[in-house]
Structure formats: C-alpha cells, structure tokens
Design a binder for this molecule. Structure first.
Ligand SMILES: Nc1ncnc2c1ncn2[C@@H]1O[C@H](COP(=O)(O)OP(=O)(O)OP(=O)(O)O)[C@@H](O)[C@H]1O
Ligand SMILES: [Mg+2]
Length: 869
C-alpha cells in the first residue's frame, strides 16, 4: 500500500475516513457510485461478486477498487449486513456544484445487523435486536435495543436452576452460572448483533461459549465509556432524575449494558433517537422458560427438518394483520406466561373477540389498513423516513378512532384498556394528510412530496414554473404560425434545455433570430433568447420549489417525531389487539377451546390434538387423545408402542397444548385444565450437531444433563427416547437411572416415550409411574394404526412391519424375519446382547426389541437393586 503522502487529495480523504473505521467496510461515494478501495475492495468483490478493478491513487500507484451504483445500494447492503459485515456510508456532505475543490465527504451512517432501519434490511416478522452485554459487580447485564421500533429493554439474567449440584456436562453450560444464564438469554433472544465491551471481547472462554449458542454478528465496541458512569449517562440521555421508574436503579450491570447499547447506536450515527422513550426492565421470572432446544424440538418458529417457517406453530397461529402484531405474537409464543391471572386476562380477551364476531370482523378490517407504525416511527424519529413513510403514517392513523370506538364497546379488561392508548393522534393525522402528496416520490430532492395548498410559497413557485411551461407550450403554436412550419416542435433535454426542432426539409423557412444548437439526422435544433429567458424562469422556479419541498419535508418529519411516544403507545396497543384477534381467529377456524389455567400441579387434557399434524396430514383423520399428569399419582408416563404409532406426536401435542394455554391461546382439545408449568423441557429424537463438534449421543446426553440439572417439580418434561445412540444395555441403564432420578429427586411431570419395553417394569418398583401404549391392530402380517392411547404397556415393536411400509426391499424384510426368529430362539439376555454368531454374520446394530421375548435376568437384577428414596 502506498504511503499517505503519495496519495492524491481524494485518496487522502478516503484514507482518513478509513482510519476512523478500520473494522468496517467503507463505501465511498464517487459520482453515481459507492466505491470500495484497497482491502475493502477485495472483500467487497469477493462477497458481492463484483469485478475487481484498480484506480490510480497517486503518482504511478494503483489501488484495488470495486463499486456499486448508488441506486442499487440497498440491495448490496442487505447482502453485506446479512453476512455480518458492518458498512460505513461515506457520503458527499456538500453540493458538488458549490464545492470549492474536493467535495467534502463524511460517514453519515454505519449500518450493522443490529442497527438497521430499512424495511428491506429488517426482513421477516421478528425483532431486530442489538444486544449489548456488560459486567458489573460480578454480574452480567443485557440490554436489548431495537432502533427500528424504539424498544429498549434491560435485564440481569439469573439462573433458574434448582439442581445445580451436578457437574456441568462437557461442552455444555459453563461452570459459571452467571455466564450460563447470560448465554441462555442470548440464545433465547437470537439478536441480530451482539455488542461486547473490549474487556469482555478479550475473554476467550466467553467468546467461545458465545459462539456455541449464537451464530450472528459479534462486535467489540471501542467507544469511550462516559466518565460519569452508566447510571448518570442514562439519566442524562433520558433526562430523568432517577432510574427508579425504569426498574433498573439497583441493576448496575443492566445499566452498563444499556449505556453501551446507546453509545454503540450513536457511534453508528443514529444520533438523537428521540423515539427511545425509556428503558423497561424485564425479568425472566415472569415467563415460562422456552430454551433453544425446546424451541427447536417443538418446532415453534421453524421446522426441524426443513428449517422453514412454514409448518411451524407460529406459521399456524399467525393470523395477524400488522407487522407489529406479528412480532408481538411471536414474543408471546416464545415467552409464555406463568401467572394464571395474567393468562386469564388474555384468554378473556380472546374469548370476547370470539363471541363478538361482528366487532371482531370490523376490527380486523381496520387493522388491515394499518402499516408498521413502530418502524415508521423509528425512521421518522431517526430522521431516515422518506415521504412514503410519512404518508403511510398519515394513512394509518385515521383508522384509530374507529378501532377505539369498537374497543370501547367491549368488556374484557385488556381490550377496554387498549382503547385508551389510541388517543390524541388525529391532529397529527390531519396535519400529515394535508402536508403530503397522496403518492409521494421516493426520493427527497426532486419534488413530488408536498401537497398543494400546504405552503403558499411552494404553490407560488410551482405556479411560476407551470406558467413558464405553459408559455413555452404556447410558443410552439405561435412559432408554427409565424414560420409556417407545421411540424415545428418544442422539446427539452438535460444538456440543452428547451429547444425548437425543425426537420431538414423545412430548414429554408427558419427565421433569422433562431440560433442553431445541434444537428441531428433529419432535423436541427434551435434556440431563441426569448425561449432561454423563459427556460431560466421555469428551471429556477422548479429548482427552488424542489429545495423548498425538501426543507418543508424535513420540518414535517421533525414535527411528526414529536409525537413519537404517542404513536408508539398506540402501536403497542394495536400490536396487542392484533395478536389477540389472531388467537381468536385461529380458535374459531380450528375449533380450539378455552383452557382452564391454575396454579395446581394437574394437567388434564380431554380429546387433545396436535395442532399441526391435524392440519397438515389431511389424508388420515386425526384421532384425539386424553392426557392426565400430576405430581401425586401420574407423574411419569412411560409410553410404548410400535414405530409410527404416534408416540412422538402425542408427546408434542401435550407440550404444545400447555404452551398454547400459557401464552393465552385457546387449545386444540375438547377440554383442558392446566396447572401452569415453569418450563417445558424436551429431548427429542437424534440430531447430529457436527457444527459444534458433538456426536449424536453426546447431544442426547447434553440435553438430558440440562434437563436433570434444571427441571423443577413445576416443569413439564418430554423425553422422546433416551439412550438410543449407544449400546442397548448402556442406553437402557441410563434411561432407567434417569427415570429414578425424575421420580425421586425432581418430581417433574414427565412423558417418556421409549422402545425399551423393559421400562414398563418401572411401575413395579417406583411410585407415580404409569404405563401407556399406543394401540395397533394386527391383521395378518399387516398392522393397522389405531392412534389411541391406552393404559398398559406393550411388548412388541413391529419394526419389521413398519420397515416394510417404508419400502425396504422384500428380500431384506424376509431375511430380517429369519434373523428375528433365530434371535428370539436364543437366550440373549446375559452377556451384553446378541452374539455375532446369533445374527449369522449380519453384524448390524441390534435393537433391543428384537430380543425382548426372552426372559431377562439382567433386567430382573436392575429391578431388584432399584433405589428407594
Ligand atoms: N393421533 C393421531 N391421529 C392421526 N394421525 C396420527 C396421530 N398420531 C400420529 N399420527 C401420524 O402418524 C405419524 C407417525 O407418528 P409418530 O412420529 O408420532 O410415531 P412414533 O410412535 O413416534 O414412531 P417412532 O417410534 O418411529 O418414533 C405422524 O407423522 C402422523 O402423521
Ligand atoms: Mg417417535
């Protein structure tokens, strides 16, 4: 790289900007392009598939260069930000026409994943949080800042664990429980970007642990801490005397995190942030914990197999009509409530919307007309909104009074309260409507923003320009008459301005006073002093009117920003209404019932259905099933049954019904009484996690360890097969020991599906264990799935029949039967599974169910040694 002194002035300017933003891709505006230079150009060319060229940057020296047209900026930004880059926009901050010498350029924004405002960068109905971490007094603090909506939350994550006696498993939660809670919160929130202060960024173990739970962008902020300390910094920013109203006055780590988030946003040139109305402190203690594993296993927002939104529970539930409603519904799903009273309030609202269909339909019709008020206000407040954004605001607000009237006619507590949040915005609506064109231009500098009648000055300039244009139009007729050239016409282009065009055939008729400007094939273009005089008037008026429109628009935007807190209050109320009507809509269409939620330990579901299986597998009518769990007699249900019978479906449907109930939704059942649970744990199937370097069995055991270390007697545990990833006897022993621990130590309500039929014998030695099976009917060598859950265990798996249904070659099926018969003939129980001779060289891993017809002395022995409390 050349020495600075070798650079041309332009590149000296670039270099000084680059020095201030060393870790950021600098997009440097040159004419109609944003250019990248040096290493940035190499990165940009690689990541955006651009052609890498070079440009002279000093005498005899060249620097790598690539660029993108300025109008395509948004598209490329999306790619870069999604890939985790931060991008600084170095714009021209003075009019090139007025610049003396080199045009001034400055970084006007740094765009990063966590601080974007543009809709096309935000993508999808989820929050776009910047999550800042800090540590103070030995505790971690977390701040969640969403600049696009003004939402700003803080917490100090604490460990919900009660069984931390056990050693943390390898590769699992770190030994430091504070760090574990922090990571859990990051995994839950899945922010767009994590910001760490330099001292935490330098901690290798923390960085490594973070990588395990979070794949997005991590930024080490180098902002200078404020000398006054975080509390004073926050007070100054929000202009308050105390942080008490924010609920975080005694949470120094949370304060430090909030201050860091603010500093980072401002460093990215989001200066004033007037839409940040304050902080709210939240505590995970108010919510059911839905950890990343459970979110994945229950397919709450993405499916397991395809990782698609379609087919997930959220996809099924989301009948929201506004983007803010969609975000809130997602929040509710991922943070179900704990307190029955709070749950009941939501259920009351859903029930009322369900019973008052007329009102609900009218509310829906109004909601449909409302745009993303949160993000529109976010852009307005940060000065990035364009006229279309403000128009969308203007078009949305007039629907509020109708919604308010409808809500006032309803009785449930939440809905009635929401009505009062929609107050006082009609003045703003009328003002914006009067000010803004109905279909304003997207750009801000070429007019087309402000409506006629808003500003007399503007109207006058426009009339002047229009008058000039009319004069010019009239001139065409006048000159045709004067010259006798019928084809004479007046045109306009950017280079010559207005001109008179005469075809070659008529050139002999051109009058003296015409001045030739341009020769084309078949025609010549002329001007007259008169025409140029009018042109100057038109263009001058036009330019001034565009300038005035821009100035007026900036004023209007600032005026709208003053209403930020009111608009956001209304937006939050509309989000809640939208989420509630969505739940009512789903309940109506899918025939869900209101669950009874209380503080008991009971779980009683009659006629429960799996919300997705019943909708997505239409070829087979869904068979509803009951469930009954409690902590006294039905604590641990061992569920056996053939492959494909419906064990996994049943387990998930129970978990999903509980989760739906606690988020305030009706449930797919004919009746449900649900004692609120503090957490739903899931351990489902086999999944390789090659990315984090864990084998199938390791993942399985890590998840099991997490459950045994964290579950309480208020938790619901779903274990869909345990110990399958290892040898039969290891697996069975682990499963057995876990069941004992769950019964004696944890006492959590547990559903345990297994192919280890020996676990049915737990009922003989442990209290509170109940066996269930999923019934099938045998017809010859075929099986018919009845899908019904019945008391009692099973002793057969029908693995071979199911394999046949799956289309395994007939020869393999026949041979498998032979092997099975010979295995069943042997006494296989004693020495650790079937011998190679027994399977006659088949050598395949042998499933336990293959030999369970034989009496089993080993199991007898385990049973004899089963521990008592
Ligand atoms: N109650 C039901 N009514 C109708 N269809 C059902 C029901 N339960 C399950 N099914 C159907 O059966 C399929 C298999 O069910 P599931 O995966 O729950 O079986 P499983 O017993 O867990 O099998 P495996 O032992 O192989 O894991 C489901 O994908 C679903 O289509
Ligand atoms: Mg299964």
């Amino acid at each position: 790289m050349p020495k600075a002194s070798d650079y041309t002035p332009l590149f000296r300017q670039w270099e000084s900007i680059k020095k201030q933003h060393p870790d950021v891709l600098v997009l440097f505006r040159l004419g109609d392009f944003y250019e990248m230079f040096g290493e940035d150009a190499e990165t940009g060319a690689r990541e955006l598939s651009l052609v890498l060229t070079s440009r002279e940057c000093g005498p005899g020296r060249r620097i790598p260069m690539c660029g993108i047209p300025h109008h395509a900026l948004q598209r490329y930004l999306v790619t870069l930000v999604q890939k985790g880059f931060r991008v600084a926009l170095a714009d021209q901050t003075e009019d090139p026409k007025e610049a003396k010498g080199l045009v001034r350029r400055e970084v006007t924004r740094v765009v990063s994943a966590g601080t974007v405002l543009e809709d096309n960068l935000l993508g999808g109905p989820q929050h776009n949080y910047l999550l800042a971490v800090a540590r103070a007094e030995g505790r971690y603090g977390v701040a969640l800042l969403e600049v696009s909506t003004g939402s700003f939350l803080v917490t100090e994550p604490t460990v919900a664990a009660t069984h931390l006696s056990a050693q943390p498993a390898l590769g699992q939660s770190p030994a430091d429980p504070g760090l574990a809670a922090l990571l859990e919160e990051i995994a839950r929130v899945q922010p767009a970007e994590v910001v760490l202060p330099p001292e935490l960024g330098a901690e290798a173990p923390l960085r490594r642990a973070l990588e395990q739970v979070y794949e997005g962008a991590v930024t080490i902020s180098d902002t200078e801490p404020d000398w006054r300390g975080p509390a004073e910094e926050l007070k100054a920013f929000f202009q308050v005397e105390t942080l008490a109203a924010f609920g975080c006055e005694d949470l120094p780590a949370a304060q430090a995190a909030a201050a860091l988030a603010l500093r980072y946003a401002r460093q990215n040139h989001l200066e004033a942030l007037p839409h940040l109305q304050g902080l709210s402190t939240y505590s995970r203690a108010e919510f059911m914990v839905v950890d990343a594993t459970t979110r994945r296993n229950l397919e709450l927002v993405r499916t397991l197999r395809e990782n698609s939104a379609r087919g997930s529970l959220l996809w099924l539930l989301d009948r929201t009509l506004t983007p803010m409603g969609a975000r809130l519904l997602r929040d509710w799903l991922l943070q179900p409530l704990l307190a029955p009273a709070a749950i009941d309030r939501r259920l009351d609202a859903v029930e009322e919307l369900l019973s008052r269909r007329g009102e609900a339909d009218r509310l829906r019709a109004e909601l449909k007309a409302i745009y993303d008020l949160e993000r529109l206000m976010g852009r307005t407040a940060t000065g990035t909104a364009n006229a279309r954004d403000l128009r969308a605001l203007a078009d949305s607000l007039p629907h509020l009074p109708a919604i308010q009237r409808l809500l006032r006619g309803l009785d449930s507590e939440i809905l009635a309260a929401l009505a009062e949040e929609l107050e006082g915005l009609q003045e703003l609506a009328a003002y914006l409507d009067r000010a803004l064109e109905l279909e304003p231009a997207a750009g801000l500098t070429e007019g087309g923003l402000i409506r006629e009648g808003f500003s007399p000055d503007l109207d006058e300039l426009r009339a002047l320009a229009a008058g000039g244009r009319e004069w010019i139009a009239a001139l065409q007729e006048q000159e045709r008459a004067r010259t006798g050239i019928r084809s004479l016409k007046i045109g306009y282009n950017k280079v010559f301005g207005y001109y008179l065009e005469i075809s070659t055939a008529n050139l002999h008729l051109v009058p003296e006073d015409y001045q030739r400007k341009q020769t084309l094939t078949g025609a010549e273009r002329f001007i007259t002093p008169e025409l140029k005089e009018q042109e100057a008037r038109v263009l001058g008026a036009q330019e001034r009117s565009q300038g005035l429109e821009y100035d007026l628009f900036v004023e209007i935007r600032a005026e709208a920003a003053r209403f930020a807190s009111q608009v956001l209050r209304a937006a939050h109320a509309l989000a809640a209404l939208d989420a509630l009507q969505s739940l009512a809509q789903v309940a109506l269409e899918y025939n869900y019932v209101r669950p009874e939620v209380d503080d008991s330990d009971r779980l009683e579901i009659s006629g429960g259905r799996h919300p997705l299986v019943e909708r997505l597998h239409a070829e087979e009518p869904f068979v509803p099933n009951d469930a009954r769990l409690d902590c006294t007699a039905n604590q641990l249900l061992v569920i056996t049954g053939p492959n494909m019978a419906g064990k996994s479906t049943y387990l998930r449907q129970v978990a999903l019904i509980v989760l739906l109930a606690q988020m305030g939704s009706f449930v797919p059942a004919s009746a449900a009484r649900i004692g609120a649970v503090d957490r739903i744990f899931t351990r489902v199937g086999a999944s390789d996690d090659l990315a984090t370097g864990q084998s199938t069995f390791m993942v399985e055991m890590t998840e099991a360890a997490n459950i045994l270390n964290h579950a309480t007697d208020r938790s619901l545990i779903v274990l869909d097969e345990i110990g399958r990833g290892t040898s039969t006897f290891d697996g069975l022993s682990l499963a057995w020991a876990m069941a004992e621990f769950l019964v004696w130590e944890i006492r959590a309500k547990t559903l345990f599906a297994t192919h280890y039929h020996h676990l049915n014998e737990l009922t003989e030695v442990l209290p509170r264990v109940v066996n269930y099976r999923i019934a099938v009917k045998e017809e010859g060598d075929r099986i018919v799935f009845l899908r019904r859950i019945m008391p009692g265990g099973t002793d057969r798996s029908y693995g071979i029949q199911v394999a046949r249904l799956a289309g395994l070659p007939e020869a393999v099926i026949a041979r498998a039967r032979e092997v099975l018969h010979s295995l069943e003939g042997e006494d296989l129980g004693r020495a650790g599974g079937p011998t190679r001779e027994a399977v006659q060289g088949v050598g395949a891993p042998v499933q336990l169910q293959l030999f369970e017809a034989a009496p089993d002395p080993i199991v007898e022995e385990i049973k004899a040694s089963t521990r008592t409390p």
